[in-house]
Design a protein around this ligand. Structure first.
Ligand code: FE2
Length: 149
């Protein structure tokens, strides 16, 4: 019995670490999205950016809540923006972060498959696929805008 309890504790400890890692890689820049959106002239790209920011804030809230419920402490770490922002590379970097977060959520969901957390994390992973598509579309729109298309 004691061994089983220890194994559950260990799983939850690893899960909290993974969730905090996801918070760190995906969410360190989301706070800047409304600011970044101001520099995007293409209306569709601007709206997608605001949408992505809102969706990511929601994800961060879900992740932070699970961490707290598991007895952990959400490790918020927002990064400052560089003074010169290249929008295209900003979003290319964000795509890589979204992909990493998706893999983490998928793996975390698989750690607790028959629990409500497993279901929630699986749903977040699926939503990350949409975030990736949206971020890729933003890059395409920014590229077209640069080309004067
Ligand atoms: Fe995301």
């Amino acid at each position: 019995m004691r061994e089983k309890e220890n194994a559950i504790d260990e799983t939850m400890h690893i899960l909290v670490e993974r969730l905090n890692h996801a918070l760190h890689i995906e969410y360190t820049l989301i706070i800047h999205y409304p600011y970044i959106a101001k520099f995007i002239h293409d209306e569709e790209a601007r709206n997608l950016t605001i949408e992505l920011g809102t969706a990511s804030v929601h994800h961060a809230d879900v992740i932070a809540s699970i961490i707290s419920e598991l007895g952990g402490k959400p490790d918020w770490s927002f990064e400052t923006l560089p003074s010169e922002i290249d929008l295209k590379s900003f979003f290319q970097n964000q795509i890589a972060r979204e992909k990493r977060a998706m893999e983490l959520h998928r793996g975390s969901a698989a750690m607790v498959p028959s629990t409500p957390y497993g279901k929630t994390l699986g749903a977040l992973a699926e939503e990350e696929e949409e975030h990736i598509k949206n971020a890729e579309h933003i890059v395409l729109l920014l590229h077209n805008q640069q080309q004067g298309a």
